[in-house]
Design a protein around this ligand. Structure first.
Ligand code: 6PG
Length: 248
């Protein structure tokens, strides 16, 4: 059941509080907090809030390790880069150590090489053997108005991936190849937040949360953590068509 907030500011305050709570619990248990960030525009305000006076001193950022749920196949200084958005709004303001940030190295020419390199980075960091998946303490996700999440777009090959952690994914309608974590990697997380705002998402959110299960058409429906917690966080505009929701 989604948590619905009157506006993005209140949604982000809730998300920031939970981010800090989950992070401090993780650091207490294992001396580190691993989080995969979402791209797009919605999370930008959350990143700025986490870097603000209100939250920046509430967690030991040197124990926080940042990954990305997906990336566009552009250079890190490109306006479309998810890394650039997080760098400008979170890493630079908080002076995060470079060694705490694991981005997709899109300088490589070939998308498959970028994905393979990122997968190796993740396996090394989480000390995984072949066939094992990372257990991120938190994964932040957005949802497109077509029901995609990360770069898992409707009717694309990556939706069917069951063995890999990170893959390249050809997205015909965008005429590009994207880079994305796979559902097995996402669904192995301890906690997953969906951050959804705006009336333009209301139809899709109703389909995803209250419609028939059609995960090829609405990939966000396939985010079902195996044992972790799933939080759908929405503003009232995106939730306006929902029948079952918890209003905050
Ligand atoms: C990306 C994101 C993508 C995003 C949704 C929602 O690389 O674009 O990972 O999955 O979360 O498209 O984007 P908005 O928050 O901009 O609506």
């Amino acid at each position: 059941m989604p948590k619905v907030f009157p506006n993005l500011e209140e949604l982000n305050n809730f998300a920031a509080e939970k981010f800090i709570e989950i992070g401090n619990d993780a650091i207490e248990k294992s001396d580190r907090f691993t989080v995969a960030l979402a791209g797009g525009s919605t999370p930008k305000a959350l990143y700025r809030l986490l870097a603000s006076e209100k939250y920046k001193n509430k967690i030991a950022w040197s124990s926080v390790f940042f990954f990305f749920g997906d990336e566009r196949n552009v250079l890190p200084d490109d306006a479309d880069s998810n890394f650039r958005m997080a760098n400008e709004n979170l890493f630079e303001p908080l002076e995060i150590f470079p060694q705490n940030v694991f981005r997709w190295e899109t300088e490589f020419e070939d998308a498959a090489a970028i994905a393979g390199d990122y997968e190796t980075k993740i396996m090394d960091f989480f000390d995984l053997r072949d066939g094992e998946f990372p257990k991120f303490d938190l994964i932040l996700l957005g949802m497109g108005d077509d029901g995609h999440t990360a770069s898992l777009f409707p009717f694309t090959d990556a939706l069917n991936e069951t063995a890999r952690i990170a893959v390249e994914n050809k997205v015909e309608k965008l005429e590009t190849v994207r880079l994305t974590l796979t559902f097995p990697a996402i669904n192995n997380a301890e906690n997953v937040f969906f951050l959804v705002k705006g009336a333009d998402k209301s139809e899709t959110l109703k389909q995803v949360l209250e419609g028939d299960f059609e995960p090829l058409r609405f990939p966000s429906q396939n985010v079902q953590p195996t044992s972790g917690n799933l939080f759908w966080l929405s503003d009232s505009e995106a939730a306006e068509l929902l029948e079952n929701e918890k209003k905050f």
